[in-house]
Ligand binder design. Structure first.
Ligand code: PEP
Ligand code: MG
Length: 318
């Protein structure tokens, strides 16, 4: 399947019945943009902005940020680009934002919590994004910029972030769903958030209570676990009820059969490492939306990750 997928012409992501499923790229720097386009990315579903911050002992200037964001937007002119506000802490610690002495950094002042505690850094980032957006639009190279907050755990945090982003004329502001609380409160979160993107890496870590960096508990870090799938179903259903898009940007979207399940659970776009796009595109084309829903139902009914995988495989062959 891998060779066939690699040789197939690049088309937009879609199911067998024609249902569009935009296939987007996860990117860590603007330098990866050209390769992502060549591999068929229809846009960017997760731009991790940490790279701008990780190498320095202080936050980059607004100008430095604006230059990087403008480069990214220009590379994807006319396409959707979802930028994540700085996600510092736990697996991505930053000396000027995080307290190295927290006993449980994954449960500490990280993601949006850390940004809120240093709100000037968040405001500067939003300023740089809005300026890059305006600058690239004025040059005729604008993209459809969406901005999202990492590690949102409460309805109030979503309200806070979306209101702040709108202050900076960010047109589309949303949240990452990476914590079970926000998956379970998705309807209420969608009262403010204009979209959600599910980060399955952290959502799995927090659902199974297993540190994603710790080898001794790596066996728990499996997004096929039906508990994770049930939480994703909550978000998908809430998105359908409220008319809000629900993307997936964790590693799960790069697993072709799991991608089918995610669409069956209500995901409206999938974002992944660009090298995974061809296989996922080829696999989605083999199933209708009704097929994907039936395959998802089979996985949801399983008792553990291994049996969910097997149930999906069996349902997909029937
Ligand atoms: C995730 O948690 O799934 C995600 C996409 O974000 P990161 O891997 O950067 O934490
Ligand atoms: Mg995450």
């Amino acid at each position: 399947a891998r060779a066939a997928a690699a040789d197939a012409p690049i088309t937009d992501g879609a199911l067998k019945d024609g249902t569009a499923v935009p296939l987007l790229a996860n990117l860590g720097t603007p330098a990866g943009a050209a390769e992502a386009v060549a591999l068929g990315a229809e846009g960017v579903g997760l731009f991790r902005t940490e790279f701008l911050f990780l190498s320095s002992s202080s936050a980059p200037t607004i100008e430095q940020q604006r230059e990087s964001y403008a480069q990214l937007l220009t590379a994807f002119a006319g396409k959707k680009v979802v930028v994540r506000a700085l996600d510092a802490g736990a697996d991505k610690p930053l000396p000027f934002l995080n307290d190295a002495h927290e006993e449980n950094p994954a449960l500490g002042l990280r993601g949006l919590r850390a940004l809120r505690a240093s709100e000037d850094i968040l405001r500067e980032q939003l300023t740089a994004l809005a300026e890059a957006d305006a600058q690239t639009r004025a040059a005729g190279n604008g993209a459809d910029l969406w901005v999202m907050a990492p590690m949102v755990a409460t309805v109030e945090e979503s309200e806070y972030f979306v209101a702040l982003a709108h202050e900076y004329d960010i047109r589309t502001a949303g949240v990452m769903v990476e914590v079970p609380s926000s998956a379970l409160m998705a309807d209420q979160i969608f009262a403010s958030a204009e979209f959600a993107s599910i980060g399955t890496n952290d959502l799995t870590q927090y659902t199974l209570a297993a540190d994603r960096l710790l080898g001794s508990v790596a066996g728990y870090q499996d997004p096929w676990h039906p508990a994770v799938l049930r939480l994703i179903r909550e978000v998908g259903a809430a998105g359908a009820r409220t008319g809000r898009p629900v993307g997936i940007c964790g590693e799960a979207a790069a697993d072709p059969m799991l991608a089918v399940v995610l669409v069956g659970l209500g995901a409206t776009s999938l974002s992944m490492a660009p090298t995974a796009l061809a296989d996922v595109r080829a696999t989605l084309l083999q199933y209708s939306l009704d097929d994907a829903k039936a395959i998802a139902e089979a996985a949801l009914a399983a008792t553990d990750a291994a049996s969910a995988r097997e149930a999906a495989r069996a349902a997909s062959a029937s």
